[in-house]
Design a protein around this ligand. Structure first.
Ligand SMILES: [Zn+2]
Length: 142
C-alpha cells in the first residue's frame, strides 16, 4: 500500500478482501515494498492520459500496469493506481469496485465483453466481483 489517502486505502482493503473471499488467491499485505508483487497507490491519472498508454490498462478512474514473466506466464509485478481526485466524491462502495476492477487486472484478468456480468466490464464495475469473475479467476489459478 503506497498511499496515505484514507479513502483509497479503504477501497483497496475492501477490494483485497473481496478477491480473497472465494479462496482461490490469497493477497497478503506487506510493509516491505521489495516483497510486494502488487503495489497499490493513488495518483492523478488525468495528467498521464495524454501520454502513450502502452502497457497500461485504463478505466479513467483507475489504471493498472503489469509486467509478466514471458517464460512462465506468471506475474512479476503490478501497480494499480486509483485517481484520488476523481474518486473523492463517490461512495465507498463504488470506490471499492474501482479498486476491485484494477486489482482484477493486477491478478491478470482482462476486460470482459459488455454482455457479461463482470466487474471487469469497464462500464459496469458497479456489479462488483461476480460469479463469472470468480470462475475466470479459478480457471487462471487452478
Ligand atoms: Zn480496466
Amino acid at each position: 500500500m503506497d498511499t496515505d489517502n484514507p479513502k483509497i486505502k479503504k477501497a483497496f482493503r475492501t477490494a483485497v478482501k473481496a478477491w480473497n473471499k472465494p479462496q482461490i488467491v490469497k493477497l497478503i499485505w506487506t510493509d516491505h515494498r521489495s516483497n510486494a508483487n502488487v503495489i497499490v497507490n493513488s495518483g492523478d491519472l488525468s495528467s498521464s492520459a495524454s501520454q502513450p498508454n502502452v502497457g497500461y490498462v485504463t478505466s479513467q478512474l483507475g489504471s493498472t500496469q503489469t509486467s509478466y514473466n514471458p517464460d512462465y506466464h506468471t506475474m512479476i509485478k503490478a501497480t494499480s493506481t486509483l485517481d484520488a481526485n476523481q474518486l473523492a466524491y463517490v461512495n465507498d462502495q463504488f470506490r471499492a469496485h474501482v479498486a476491485e476492477h484494477e486489482l482484477g487486472h493486477a491478478l491478470g484478468l482482462a476486460h470482459a465483453p459488455e454482455y457479461e456480468h463482470s466487474v471487469m466490464v469497464p462500464r459496469n464495475i458497479r456489479t462488483g466481483i461476480t460469479k463469472q469473475d470468480i470462475k475466470t479467476l479459478r480457471m487462471m489459478y487452478r
